[in-house]
Design a protein around this ligand. Structure first.
Ligand code: 5RP
Length: 266
Protein backbone atom coordinates (compact mmCIF):
# COMPACT_ATOMS: atom_id res chain seq x y z
CA UNK A 1 0.00 0.00 0.00
CA UNK A 2 1.43 3.38 -0.93
CA UNK A 3 2.17 6.19 1.49
CA UNK A 4 -0.75 8.39 0.48
CA UNK A 5 -3.25 5.57 0.81
CA UNK A 6 -1.89 4.60 4.26
CA UNK A 7 -1.84 8.20 5.38
CA UNK A 8 -5.43 8.82 4.31
CA UNK A 9 -6.64 5.55 5.82
CA UNK A 10 -5.04 6.53 9.13
CA UNK A 11 -7.24 9.62 9.10
CA UNK A 12 -10.32 7.43 8.84
CA UNK A 13 -9.36 4.54 11.15
CA UNK A 14 -7.41 5.96 14.08
CA UNK A 15 -4.05 4.17 14.42
CA UNK A 16 -4.11 4.58 18.24
CA UNK A 17 -7.04 2.18 18.60
CA UNK A 18 -7.60 0.76 15.13
CA UNK A 19 -11.15 2.11 15.39
CA UNK A 20 -13.24 4.99 14.11
CA UNK A 21 -16.25 7.14 14.89
CA UNK A 22 -17.44 8.43 11.55
CA UNK A 23 -20.22 10.99 11.70
CA UNK A 24 -22.58 10.47 8.74
CA UNK A 25 -24.51 13.52 7.59
CA UNK A 26 -24.90 12.68 3.91
CA UNK A 27 -28.59 11.74 4.13
CA UNK A 28 -29.79 14.80 2.21
CA UNK A 29 -28.30 13.47 -1.00
CA UNK A 30 -31.40 11.36 -1.51
CA UNK A 31 -33.69 12.26 1.42
CA UNK A 32 -33.55 16.05 1.11
CA UNK A 33 -33.77 18.04 4.36
CA UNK A 34 -33.72 15.12 6.80
CA UNK A 35 -34.90 15.83 10.33
CA UNK A 36 -31.94 17.14 12.30
CA UNK A 37 -30.07 18.15 9.15
CA UNK A 38 -32.24 21.07 8.06
CA UNK A 39 -29.22 23.30 8.67
CA UNK A 40 -26.32 20.87 8.47
CA UNK A 41 -23.68 23.43 9.42
CA UNK A 42 -25.36 24.11 12.76
CA UNK A 43 -25.89 20.42 13.44
CA UNK A 44 -22.33 19.35 12.80
CA UNK A 45 -20.40 22.26 14.33
CA UNK A 46 -20.56 21.10 17.99
CA UNK A 47 -19.99 17.46 17.00
CA UNK A 48 -16.89 17.84 14.88
CA UNK A 49 -14.34 17.61 17.66
CA UNK A 50 -15.73 14.20 18.68
CA UNK A 51 -15.81 12.76 15.15
CA UNK A 52 -12.79 11.01 13.66
CA UNK A 53 -14.24 11.56 10.21
CA UNK A 54 -17.17 13.42 8.70
CA UNK A 55 -19.09 11.71 5.88
CA UNK A 56 -21.07 14.06 3.66
CA UNK A 57 -21.60 15.39 0.16
CA UNK A 58 -19.58 17.96 -1.75
CA UNK A 59 -22.32 20.59 -1.60
CA UNK A 60 -22.79 20.48 2.16
CA UNK A 61 -19.05 20.28 2.74
CA UNK A 62 -18.36 23.42 0.71
CA UNK A 63 -21.35 25.39 2.01
CA UNK A 64 -21.49 24.39 5.67
CA UNK A 65 -18.17 23.13 7.01
CA UNK A 66 -15.25 25.35 7.98
CA UNK A 67 -12.19 24.26 5.98
CA UNK A 68 -10.12 25.08 9.07
CA UNK A 69 -12.11 22.65 11.23
CA UNK A 70 -9.48 19.99 10.66
CA UNK A 71 -11.88 17.06 10.50
CA UNK A 72 -10.98 14.41 7.90
CA UNK A 73 -13.63 14.06 5.22
CA UNK A 74 -15.09 10.95 3.62
CA UNK A 75 -16.89 12.36 0.63
CA UNK A 76 -20.02 10.72 -0.70
CA UNK A 77 -19.48 10.63 -4.44
CA UNK A 78 -22.58 8.69 -5.48
CA UNK A 79 -26.07 10.06 -6.00
CA UNK A 80 -28.41 11.31 -8.67
CA UNK A 81 -31.54 9.64 -7.31
CA UNK A 82 -34.09 10.54 -4.65
CA UNK A 83 -36.29 8.73 -2.18
CA UNK A 84 -39.13 9.27 -4.67
CA UNK A 85 -37.40 7.33 -7.44
CA UNK A 86 -35.27 4.23 -7.85
CA UNK A 87 -32.45 4.57 -5.32
CA UNK A 88 -30.39 1.84 -6.94
CA UNK A 89 -30.05 3.91 -10.11
CA UNK A 90 -27.31 6.10 -8.60
CA UNK A 91 -24.29 7.29 -10.53
CA UNK A 92 -20.96 8.82 -9.59
CA UNK A 93 -21.39 12.51 -8.86
CA UNK A 94 -17.92 13.86 -8.10
CA UNK A 95 -14.71 13.55 -10.10
CA UNK A 96 -11.61 12.25 -8.36
CA UNK A 97 -9.94 15.51 -9.29
CA UNK A 98 -12.50 17.51 -7.32
CA UNK A 99 -12.40 15.06 -4.41
CA UNK A 100 -8.65 15.58 -4.19
CA UNK A 101 -9.10 19.34 -4.50
CA UNK A 102 -11.35 19.06 -1.43
CA UNK A 103 -8.50 17.20 0.28
CA UNK A 104 -10.62 14.20 1.22
CA UNK A 105 -9.42 11.29 3.35
CA UNK A 106 -11.67 8.94 1.39
CA UNK A 107 -14.63 8.63 -0.95
CA UNK A 108 -17.86 6.67 -0.51
CA UNK A 109 -20.29 5.09 -2.93
CA UNK A 110 -23.35 2.88 -2.39
CA UNK A 111 -23.81 -0.54 -3.95
CA UNK A 112 -27.18 -2.20 -4.42
CA UNK A 113 -26.50 -5.93 -4.42
CA UNK A 114 -29.65 -7.87 -5.23
CA UNK A 115 -31.38 -4.99 -7.00
CA UNK A 116 -32.05 -5.03 -10.72
CA UNK A 117 -29.25 -2.47 -10.99
CA UNK A 118 -26.64 -4.38 -9.00
CA UNK A 119 -24.29 -4.74 -11.98
CA UNK A 120 -24.37 -1.00 -12.64
CA UNK A 121 -23.62 -0.11 -9.03
CA UNK A 122 -20.90 -2.73 -8.61
CA UNK A 123 -19.16 -1.64 -11.80
CA UNK A 124 -19.44 1.97 -10.61
CA UNK A 125 -17.67 0.86 -7.43
CA UNK A 126 -14.96 -0.85 -9.49
CA UNK A 127 -14.51 2.26 -11.66
CA UNK A 128 -14.30 4.47 -8.59
CA UNK A 129 -11.69 2.17 -7.02
CA UNK A 130 -9.65 2.23 -10.24
CA UNK A 131 -9.70 6.04 -10.20
CA UNK A 132 -9.09 6.38 -6.46
CA UNK A 133 -6.27 3.87 -6.53
CA UNK A 134 -4.35 6.14 -8.94
CA UNK A 135 -4.20 8.83 -6.26
CA UNK A 136 -4.04 6.79 -3.07
CA UNK A 137 -7.60 7.60 -2.01
CA UNK A 138 -9.42 4.96 0.08
CA UNK A 139 -12.89 3.90 -1.02
CA UNK A 140 -15.72 3.15 1.41
CA UNK A 141 -18.41 0.90 -0.09
CA UNK A 142 -21.83 1.47 1.44
CA UNK A 143 -23.96 -1.67 1.34
CA UNK A 144 -27.62 -2.44 1.85
CA UNK A 145 -29.25 0.90 1.33
CA UNK A 146 -32.77 0.63 0.02
CA UNK A 147 -36.20 -0.48 0.96
CA UNK A 148 -36.39 -4.06 -0.20
CA UNK A 149 -33.13 -5.50 1.17
CA UNK A 150 -33.27 -8.14 3.91
CA UNK A 151 -30.59 -7.14 6.36
CA UNK A 152 -29.46 -10.58 7.53
CA UNK A 153 -25.95 -12.04 7.77
CA UNK A 154 -26.33 -13.92 4.50
CA UNK A 155 -27.26 -10.86 2.48
CA UNK A 156 -24.95 -8.44 4.27
CA UNK A 157 -22.11 -10.96 4.09
CA UNK A 158 -22.62 -11.24 0.34
CA UNK A 159 -22.73 -7.47 -0.22
CA UNK A 160 -19.69 -6.82 2.01
CA UNK A 161 -17.62 -9.58 0.48
CA UNK A 162 -18.34 -8.51 -3.08
CA UNK A 163 -17.43 -4.92 -2.21
CA UNK A 164 -14.16 -6.08 -0.66
CA UNK A 165 -13.39 -8.36 -3.62
CA UNK A 166 -13.78 -5.39 -5.95
CA UNK A 167 -11.18 -3.55 -3.88
CA UNK A 168 -13.06 -1.36 -1.40
CA UNK A 169 -10.77 -0.39 1.48
CA UNK A 170 -13.54 -0.16 4.06
CA UNK A 171 -17.11 -1.44 3.92
CA UNK A 172 -20.12 0.03 5.63
CA UNK A 173 -23.02 -2.21 6.50
CA UNK A 174 -25.68 -2.85 9.13
CA UNK A 175 -25.46 -4.77 12.36
CA UNK A 176 -27.37 -8.05 12.28
CA UNK A 177 -27.67 -11.40 14.04
CA UNK A 178 -24.48 -13.46 13.46
CA UNK A 179 -22.67 -10.24 12.62
CA UNK A 180 -19.33 -11.89 13.44
CA UNK A 181 -19.80 -14.07 10.34
CA UNK A 182 -20.16 -10.96 8.17
CA UNK A 183 -16.92 -9.62 9.66
CA UNK A 184 -15.05 -12.92 9.36
CA UNK A 185 -15.96 -13.29 5.70
CA UNK A 186 -14.95 -9.75 4.77
CA UNK A 187 -11.19 -9.22 4.39
CA UNK A 188 -11.34 -5.45 4.92
CA UNK A 189 -12.52 -3.38 7.90
CA UNK A 190 -16.25 -2.98 8.46
CA UNK A 191 -18.08 -0.01 9.98
CA UNK A 192 -21.76 -0.06 10.81
CA UNK A 193 -24.48 2.46 10.03
CA UNK A 194 -26.81 3.25 12.91
CA UNK A 195 -30.01 3.13 10.87
CA UNK A 196 -33.27 4.79 11.90
CA UNK A 197 -33.37 6.64 15.22
CA UNK A 198 -33.89 4.31 18.15
CA UNK A 199 -33.68 5.07 21.89
CA UNK A 200 -30.16 6.09 22.90
CA UNK A 201 -29.67 3.08 25.17
CA UNK A 202 -30.42 0.72 22.27
CA UNK A 203 -28.17 2.62 19.88
CA UNK A 204 -25.33 2.36 22.40
CA UNK A 205 -25.95 -1.38 22.78
CA UNK A 206 -25.97 -1.75 19.00
CA UNK A 207 -22.63 0.07 18.77
CA UNK A 208 -21.13 -2.05 21.54
CA UNK A 209 -22.31 -5.33 20.02
CA UNK A 210 -20.97 -4.39 16.62
CA UNK A 211 -17.56 -3.47 18.02
CA UNK A 212 -17.34 -6.59 20.17
CA UNK A 213 -18.19 -8.71 17.13
CA UNK A 214 -15.46 -7.18 15.01
CA UNK A 215 -16.57 -3.89 13.47
CA UNK A 216 -13.80 -1.27 13.51
CA UNK A 217 -16.29 1.46 14.19
CA UNK A 218 -19.49 3.20 13.36
CA UNK A 219 -20.49 5.48 10.54
CA UNK A 220 -23.47 6.81 12.42
CA UNK A 221 -25.90 9.56 11.59
CA UNK A 222 -29.49 9.73 12.81
CA UNK A 223 -28.84 8.11 16.17
CA UNK A 224 -26.46 10.96 16.88
CA UNK A 225 -27.85 14.04 15.20
CA UNK A 226 -31.52 13.22 15.87
CA UNK A 227 -30.84 12.68 19.58
CA UNK A 228 -32.03 15.50 21.82
CA UNK A 229 -28.46 15.49 23.09
CA UNK A 230 -26.22 14.87 20.08
CA UNK A 231 -22.98 15.89 21.78
CA UNK A 232 -23.64 13.60 24.73
CA UNK A 233 -24.53 10.82 22.31
CA UNK A 234 -21.44 11.07 20.12
CA UNK A 235 -19.25 11.22 23.23
CA UNK A 236 -20.84 8.07 24.62
CA UNK A 237 -20.48 6.29 21.27
CA UNK A 238 -16.82 7.34 21.21
CA UNK A 239 -16.16 5.69 24.55
CA UNK A 240 -17.69 2.44 23.30
CA UNK A 241 -15.75 2.48 20.05
CA UNK A 242 -12.35 3.62 21.28
CA UNK A 243 -12.35 2.40 24.89
CA UNK A 244 -14.70 -0.63 24.82
CA UNK A 245 -16.91 1.03 27.42
CA UNK A 246 -19.84 -1.21 28.40
CA UNK A 247 -23.18 0.06 27.05
CA UNK A 248 -24.77 0.58 30.49
CA UNK A 249 -21.81 2.75 31.56
CA UNK A 250 -21.93 4.62 28.26
CA UNK A 251 -25.64 5.24 28.82
CA UNK A 252 -24.92 6.60 32.30
CA UNK A 253 -22.33 8.85 30.74
CA UNK A 254 -24.85 9.96 28.11
CA UNK A 255 -27.37 10.84 30.83
CA UNK A 256 -24.80 12.75 32.87
CA UNK A 257 -23.60 14.74 29.86
CA UNK A 258 -27.21 15.39 28.77
CA UNK A 259 -28.02 16.96 32.11
CA UNK A 260 -24.97 19.20 31.79
CA UNK A 261 -25.97 20.46 28.33
CA UNK A 262 -29.14 22.11 27.13
CA UNK A 263 -31.09 20.15 24.49
CA UNK A 264 -29.68 20.92 21.06
CA UNK A 265 -33.04 21.94 19.59
CA UNK A 266 -34.38 23.87 22.60
C1 5RP B 1 -27.03 6.66 3.50
C2 5RP B 1 -25.81 6.57 4.29
C3 5RP B 1 -25.83 7.12 5.66
O1 5RP B 1 -24.65 7.80 5.87
C4 5RP B 1 -25.97 5.98 6.59
O2 5RP B 1 -27.21 5.40 6.47
C5 5RP B 1 -25.56 6.30 8.05
O3 5RP B 1 -26.46 6.99 8.70
P1 5RP B 1 -27.47 6.36 9.73
O4 5RP B 1 -26.64 6.00 10.97
O5 5RP B 1 -28.41 7.48 9.98
O6 5RP B 1 -28.09 5.13 9.14
O7 5RP B 1 -24.81 6.07 3.86
O8 5RP B 1 -26.84 6.07 2.31
Amino acid sequence: MDWGMKNRLSKIIRPETGRTVMLAVDHGYFLGPTSGLEEPGKTVAPLLKYADTLMLTRGVLRACVDPMAGVPIVLRVSGGTSVLGNLADEGTTVSMRDAIRLNVAGVALSVFVGSELERKSLLALADLINDAQEYGVPVLAVTAVGREMVRDARYLGLACRISAELGANVVKTYYCEDFEKVVKNCPVPIVIAGGKKIPEKEALELSYNAIQRGAVGVDMGRNIFQSEHPVAMIRAVREIVHANMAPDKAYDMFNTLSRENKPAFA
